[in-house]
Design a protein around this ligand. Structure first.
Ligand code: PA5
Length: 430
């Protein structure tokens, strides 16, 4: 199971306070289990794990293998829950500076004109063998109408059709809701391959549907192990949710006490996007009705030399969630040298992960001493199975915690407000 340690937060509340909060967490867990809470029509992220669709997993694997055999580049075009999970998993599992297959690029997650222009220029440049690059595109939008994604998709599919002619149809895959939305009309017109995002699974809870599974499989990672890792965590948490409830109770109590910000930090750069996925999951779920902690991401040691200062000594309303991996990602040791001019001789021969652990433990200690409650969430290893477990762990945690706030975890009414204002300014009809 995903391991939670709360020692670093315990002396920020009393035993009595946590006992009451635990009771509330337990009632919130019952709302999830019984499907009786707000937005319970969106509990499909649990349903898909309780009755896995193995045929679909296999279909995705086969399709991904075909793409991998031919693609130089695979573009994931989506925003929010339609791309963050895939990106988090791919970046967590990829070894830096090495590639297990096609280059994975992202689009449709902003309206940066230069980015899109340069992306298309890059696609058009010959590959290292001098040939035209083989590009595949996966547009992902549950509503099928999100502006950022739709604009990138229009530009990219025009390029695909101009470059590959009729063959573009085989190179473009669309992942969207079963019906409705502009994207479904385009699919019907063009005959693109389609994957369905189940109606009862919301965007940020959809990484274990084709939304995340196709890009992850195209990247060369094992989606069966990822998916069944989540199934295993789901089964384990049905039997024993105690530490998850303690964690939810702790976060709730700190929120009640006026803590305003939750820094999701990691000491491995490979985990930065995973913290980003967790940030989106929590932020879009809890930040409503004037409630919720503001989740933000810090990547250490890098950010110890920027926002580390304000975490250590700024306004005392910050808690921290440190996400770690128990098994080292590399056994690299610090080089031994004949001279000690750089004064690192005391560390020579030491595995760098041990030095990084020293930085981690020192930071956690300093933050707790400085008035920052610290929660630790640990994966045993950085692999598909543990990431599957982590995904379900945080989906369940988010639902339980947000129910404690008496808020619907599964909608995002605030996101609609910016869309309305933007469409009005841009002159959209209807
Ligand atoms: O969690 C959510 O529902 C959102 O983050 C959506 O995923 C995001 O707004 C993208 O929406 P869509 O997939 O409809 O383009």
């Amino acid at each position: 199971m995903i391991n939670v340690t709360l020692d670093g937060a315990e002396h920020f509340y009393s035993d009595e306070e946590i006992t009451d909060a635990r009771k509330l967490a337990s009632s919130a867990m019952n709302l999830v289990r019984n499907g009786t809470g707000k937005g319970s029509e969106w509990l499909g992220w649990r349903r898909i794990l309780k009755s896995p669709n193995d045929a679909e997993l296999e279909r995705i694997e086969q399709h991904a293998a075909q793409i991998r055999a031919d693609a130089d580049i695979f573009i994931v075009c989506g925003i929010g829950g339609s791309y963050q999970g895939a990106r988090a998993i791919v970046e967590a599992l990829s070894k830096p500076f090495t590639s297990k297959g096609p280059e994975i690029l992202f689009a449709g997650h902003h309206l940066g004109a230069q980015y899109l222009e340069q992306l298309i220029t890059y696609l058009g440049q010959p590959g290292s063998d001098g040939d035209t690059k083989s590009v595949y595109l996966n547009v992902i939008s549950k509503s099928g109408s999100t502006l950022e994604t739709a604009i990138a998709f229009r530009q990219l599919r025009k390029w695909m059709h101009d470059t590959y002619g009729d063959e573009a149809r085989k190179r473009i895959t669309a992942t969207t809701g079963e019906e409705g939305g502009v994207l479904n009309k385009i699919i019907a017109e063009e005959g693109y391959k389609k994957y369905i995002i189940p109606e009862d699974v919301g965007g940020r809870f959809s990484v274990l549907t084709p939304v995340g599974l196709l890009p992850v499989a195209v990247s060369g990672f094992d989606i069966q192990t990822l998916f069944y890792g989540a199934v295993a965590e789901c089964e384990a948490r049905d039997d024993d949710g105690a530490d998850l409830l303690d964690y939810a109770a702790t976060r709730y109590l700190l929120h009640e006490k006026g803590y305003a910000m939750d820094v999701l930090s990691s000491f491995e750069p490979e985990l930065q996007q995973l913290c980003g996925w967790t940030q989106q999951l929590l932020g879009e779920s809890e930040g409503k009705e004037g409630k919720g902690l503001f989740p933000t991401v810090a990547s250490y040691s890098t950010d110890l030399h920027s926002i580390g200062q304000i975490i250590q000594q700024g306004q005392r309303n910050i808690l921290e969630t440190v996400i770690t991996v128990a098994r080292p990602l590399s056994g690299l040791e610090l080089t031994t040298m004949d001279t000690d001019t750089d004064q690192l001789g005391y560390l020579a021969g030491k595995p760098i992960f041990e030095i990084n652990n020293g930085a981690l433990e020192g930071t956690v200690q300093a933050h707790i001493d400085g008035g920052v409650p610290v929660v630790r969430v640990e994966l045993e290893k950085l692999n598909e199975q543990q990431l599957g477990r982590f995904i379900y762990f945080y989906e369940l945690f988010t639902a339980v915690y947000v129910y404690m706030l008496d808020v619907n975890p599964f909608d995002q009414p605030g996101v609609e407000d910016y869309k309305k204002a933007m469409y009005k300014l841009l002159g959209k009809q209807g």
